[in-house]
Design a protein around this ligand. Structure first.
Ligand code: APR
Length: 232
């Protein structure tokens, strides 16, 4: 079965009502993202950071997967699909995708503030100050903050190197190391981008550009790929 790798960004969840980062002039629920998503912010004011992510988690739990998430889940019928997402929502999983790699963590889980490899499910929408991990340290959102390591990046790069088809959906490619993944895809591999505002990128000329919203462009592309797989 051909391997498809889909790299998704905030744009795929925009039509599910979750704000993107750079479209909403960089403000996240009124906060400057760099002021809340950093270890320094946590050290300075953990309760504020906790509340910020609790609010984000509530909107994620209220959001629904859209036609783009659902179409990508359906692609698994005809291809070996890996979703590499920069998003911290769980909409790909709730749409039915079974192979999702979260580069920046996932907001529906908590993690030990001492050991990021210790993660836990969250009962409900909030992590309270005083909720502790097994090491006795405060629990925080299982999200990679600016300046922290991206532990999944090398696995994601290996996956991109093995792609037979590569699809980029809804990312400005503004943040590394995620943005650098496109360079791991072999030159001969067909590449597609779905975004109403196609971002500048190295090698962009090799991408088939679908200048549409994800909920329109992704289902169309998936239908075409499934037809191709039937014909071949
Ligand atoms: N359908 C498809 N794409 C869309 C839609 C839509 N309905 N609406 C917006 N977009 C596109 C925008 O044109 C843009 O290219 O989604 C992209 C959103 O870019 P960003 O807001 O920069 O989001 P993303 O690329 O995911 O950011 C990467 O930056 O802030 C950090 O860690 C955070 O994971 C995030 C990373």
């Amino acid at each position: 079965m051909k391997r498809i790798v889909v790299l998704t960004g905030a744009g795929i969840s925009a039509e599910s009502g979750l704000k993107t980062f750079r479209d909403s002039d960089g403000l996240w629920e009124g906060y400057n993202i760099e002021d809340v998503a950093t270890p320094q912010a946590w050290a300075r004011n953990p309760a504020m950071v906790q509340q910020f992510y609790n609010e984000r988690r509530k909107s994620v739990l209220e959001a629904k997967p859209n036609a783009a998430h659902l179409a990508l889940a359906g692609l698994e019928k005809a291809y070996d699909v890996t979703i590499v997402t920069q998003n911290i929502d769980d909409l790909h999983e709730r749409a039915g995708s079974t192979n999702v790699l979260h580069l920046h963590g996932v907001i529906t889980r908590s993690q030990s503030s001492l050991d990021p490899t210790l993660t836990y499910p969250i009962d409900g929408w909030e992590i309270k100050m005083g909720d502790k991990c097994e090491l006795g340290s405060q629990l925080r959102a299982h999200v990679v903050w600016f300046g922290e390591d991206v532990p999944m990046i090398s696995k994601a790069a290996q996956i991109c190197q093995k792609a037979d088809i590569f699809i980029l959906v809804g990312s400005s490619l503004a943040v590394y190391p995620a943005a650098g993944l496109v360079n791991y895809v072999r030159p001969e591999v067909p590449k597609y981008i779905v975004d109403p505002v196609i971002p500048d990128m190295q090698g962009g000329r090799h991408f088939t550009k679908i200048e549409e919203r994800a909920s329109v462009g992704v289902p169309k592309l998936v239908r075409e790929l499934i037809e191709n797989s039937i014909k071949s």
